[in-house]
Structure formats: structure tokens, C-alpha cells
Design a protein around this ligand. Structure first.
Ligand code: NZQ
Ligand code: ZN
Length: 380
């Protein structure tokens, strides 16, 4: 096993009606609240009104920044941070999925520093302090509710990049599965795919002796593979929503990383290029890249892929594992090739150029430029 430090300071409030405890928590930080949310889903499902009533009940002074979009952009974060700074807010309250919460994490470190947000991603600045962040999660997928990571796009710099700091763990995250019932079928499936992908990034990371962490990976993926398809046929089922929501949090909160030196993250780095170029939803980008990556790595990681398949599918070869994984992604309605995405014309040279520029997949299992050409072919 590799040496490791286990640390996670986020208090997770999970279950039906946990939001009733939100005012008491916010009150600990102050009355001036910057409410950050997305493009309308919380108004449509009633959560916005519920939150506003809860904020009224504590006499909060509320400043709003809305319109954070999926695959969030740095410009919104800078604009929201300016609102928070001008009004000297005490706490940032993020209500949404990964895009909203990731944006709010950077907003919370940008408010006190006045640093343009991209400076963090470009490693030109380090945060020293943060306005406390409280999150209300509405979509089970990324694990951002209980981790220190944020991912933003900067189209001018041709990058979708990530940044992390211990200051960016939400202080409290509220997860009421009832508010995920309105997530449409496609995004529900992308969330299931994302949580599986996070488990796989841990599994293929550095530190293969971490057998307990490997077993946690199998358990999380098996949970998703058993209950995910049931949920897709019964989108308003609370019990199934709860199972998937909990699994998504556990897939990227550090639990599967004990005993490993790092995660792999190559597939994510390539997925981010697809999202940057074609605005592909995050989970859908991963179901295109993962089968291709596993095919490319079949000989290099044969034993590991075989072990995974044996534990997930009872399969005995790497080929079978890859086939089963791809079949599952298809079964839940996710794309597994770029050609499955309607309305875009993938440009292999452009994808290749951005892979070279961003040094994609060179963290643990390093891909070279011939590998880039090969994986692009496999994704087409
Ligand atoms: O704009 P809103 O109104 O929020 O609508 C969203 C959006 O259209 C909608 N939605 C969210 N909750 C809903 C809902 N619709 C109906 N009912 C609800 N309850 O769903 C759409 C997608 O939302 P988004 O937040 O973009 O999805 P997700 O949670 O998958 O987040 C994706 C982002 O997170 C990043 C991704 O790269 C991507 O930018 N990631 C963050 C990670 C992290 N911080 O640890 C790790 C991940 O690997 C990932 O990279
Ligand atoms: Zn992900």
C-alpha cells in the first residue's frame, strides 16, 4: 500500500427534508448570503422557492448570481465573485449540480483575494482564505459536494481545467434525493456513468496493492450497475435516487483513494477536451473515452482490466471486460462513439492538437502522440 493522508472536512446532510436544517447552518456564518445557481432547473422543480423561504426564515440578506451553465465558464465565476466582494457576503450558497458547485468553490476563494479566477487554474495564484461555502446538490454525478476539486472552461485559453485546494471543500453539503427526481433521463445516465468513471480513475491510479480500496471501487460500481438501470425506468423513485446519490458522493470523496499515491485521470483529461470543443455533457464524454482508453491499454494493463472484469461481470479476459463495460454504457443510453453524438462533426486533427497542447493523459499511465492518434480513431 502507498502511504496516504485521509482528510475530509465536509459535513454531509443526507436524506429526505434535510434542507430544513439549512438556516441553522447558514446562521453560523452570517446573514449576507450569495446564492449561486444555474439556468432554471431549481425554479422549475420548486427548490428555488423553498430555499428563498428558508433564507427569509433566518432574515438573510440575499444576493443572487444565476445562469451558471453546464460545462461552466470562468467569466461567470469572475462576475459572481465581484457581486460577492461588493456586497461583503458572509457565505456562498450553491444550489445545483457539479457546474454550479464547482463555480461556487472558485467564487468562494476569489471573493477575498480579488484575483481573476483563471490565475488559480494557470497556477499563477494560490488561495489563502475563502468565504465559507455551503452546497445544496441537485444532481448525483460529480462528487463535488464532498471534495476539494473544481473544473472550469476557459474558451479563450482553449482549456477545460481543474483546480483544487483544501479551502474548497464545502463546509456543509445538503443532499435530499427528492430534489434529484426532476433530473432528466439522459443526465441521470451521465451521472451514473460519471460515478463509475471516478471509481475507475481510482482503480487505474498508482497503488495497486490497495485491495480494500479496490473492493470499495467494485462495490460502488456494482451499486451503480444494479440500481442505475432500475432508476432510469423509474425516475421519481426516492429509494433508487438515494442509492445513486450516495454512490456518487462516495466515488469521489477520497474513500477509494486510501492506499494509492494518485488517481489515473487520463480519461477525464481527454473527456474535458471533447466537452470544451463540442459542449458534450461531462458523463457522456467519459462513456466515449473509457472504452477507447481500455482498448488502447488492453495489453499494458491486461491483468488490472481482467481483475476488474472478474469482480464486476465474472468475466475472465480483458477483452470481455471492455466489451461488458461498453455494453453497459450503451444499455443506459450513453454514447460510446463520437458518431453517437448528434449534431457535431468531430475533427480528429483538432482533438489531437488539444491533446498535445494540454498534455492529455500524461499523469500516471502516459500516452504518447501515437497513442493520441490511436485513441481518437477508437473514439470515432
Ligand atoms: O442549469 P441548471 O438549472 O443547474 O440545470 C442543470 C444542467 O442543465 C440540470 N440539472 C441539475 N439539477 C437538476 C437539473 N435538471 C433538473 N432537475 C435537477 N434537480 O442538469 C444539467 C447538468 O448540470 P451540471 O451541473 O452541468 O451537471 P453535473 O453535475 O454532471 O456537473 C458537470 C460539471 O462538473 C465537472 C464536469 O467537468 C462538469 O463541468 N466535474 C466536477 C468534478 C469535481 N468537482 O469533483 C469531477 C467531475 O469529474 C467533473 O469533471
Ligand atoms: Zn467526472
Amino acid at each position: 500500500m502507498e502511504n496516504f493522508v485521509a482528510y475530509n472536512p465536509t459535513s454531509l446532510h443526507f436524506g429526505k427534508d434535510v434542507l430544513n436544517g439549512l438556516p441553522q447552518i447558514l446562521n453560523r456564518f452570517g446573514k449576507k448570503v450569495l446564492l449561486v445557481y444555474g439556468t432554471g432547473s431549481i425554479q422549475r422543480n420548486g427548490l428555488y422557492n423553498h430555499i428563498i423561504n428558508l433564507l427569509k426564515s433566518m432574515d438573510a440578506e440575499v444576493f443572487e448570481y444565476s445562469g451558471i451553465r453546464s460545462n461552466p465558464v470562468v467569466e461567470d465565476v469572475d462576475a459572481a465573485a465581484a457581486v460577492g466582494r461588493e456586497n461583503k457576503v458572509d457565505v456562498v450558497l450553491a444550489v445545483g449540480g457539479g457546474s454550479v458547485i464547482d463555480s461556487a468553490k472558485i467564487i468562494s476563494i476569489a471573493i477575498p483575494s480579488e484575483t481573476p479566477a483563471w490565475n488559480y487554474f494557470a497556477r499563477r495564484a494560490m488561495p489563502r482564505t475563502a468565504v465559507p461555502l455551503v452546497a445544496v446538490l441537485t444532481l448525483a454525478a460529480t462528487g463535488t459536494e464532498m471534495n476539494p476539486f473544481a473544473v472550469l472552461s476557459n474558451h479563450a485559453a482553449e482549456t477545460k481545467g481543474s483546480f483544487s485546494s483544501p479551502l474548497m471543500y464545502p463546509k456543509h453539503s445538503f443532499l435530499d434525493p427528492q430534489y434529484t427526481a426532476s433530473v432528466p433521463k439522459n443526465y441521470t445516465a451521465y451521472g451514473i456513468a460519471d460515478l463509475i468513471a471516478h471509481s475507475l480513475e481510482a482503480f487505474f491510479g498508482k497503488g495497486e496493492e490497495a485491495t480494500l480500496s479496490d473492493r470499495l471501487v467494485y462495490s460502488i460500481i456494482l451499486e451503480a450497475m444494479e440500481y442505475g438501470p432500475e432508476l432510469l425506468n423509474d425516475l421519481e423513485n426516492y429509494k433508487l435516487r438515494a442509492k445513486i446519490m450516495y454512490a456518487a458522493t462516495m466515488a469521489l470523496n477520497g474513500l477509494t483513494m486510501h492506499g494509492r499515491a494518485s488517481g489515473e485521470w487520463g480519461v477525464h483529461s481527454i473527456g474535458h477536451i471533447l466537452s470544451l470543443l463540442y459542449d458534450v455533457p461531462h458523463g457522456a464524454s467519459l462513456t466515449i473515452v473509457y472504452p477507447a482508453w481500455m482498448k488502447l491499454m488492453k495489453n499494458r494493463l491486461n491483468d488490472r482490466i481482467k481483475l476488474l472484469g472478474n469482480n464486476l461481470f465474472g468475466s475472465s479476459t480483458a477483452e470481455e471486460t471492455i466489451e461488458q463495460m461498453e455494453l453497459f454504457f450503451k444499455y443506459i443510453g450513453c454514447p460510446v462513439r463520437l458518431s453517437d453524438l448528434g449534431g457535431i462533426k468531430p475533427d480528429a486533427d483538432e482533438i489531437y492538437r488539444l491533446m498535445v497542447q494540454s498534455k492529455a493523459a500524461t499523469y500516471v499511465h502516459k500516452l504518447n502522440e501515437d497513442d493520441y492518434r490511436e485513441i481518437i480513431k477508437l473514439m470515432m
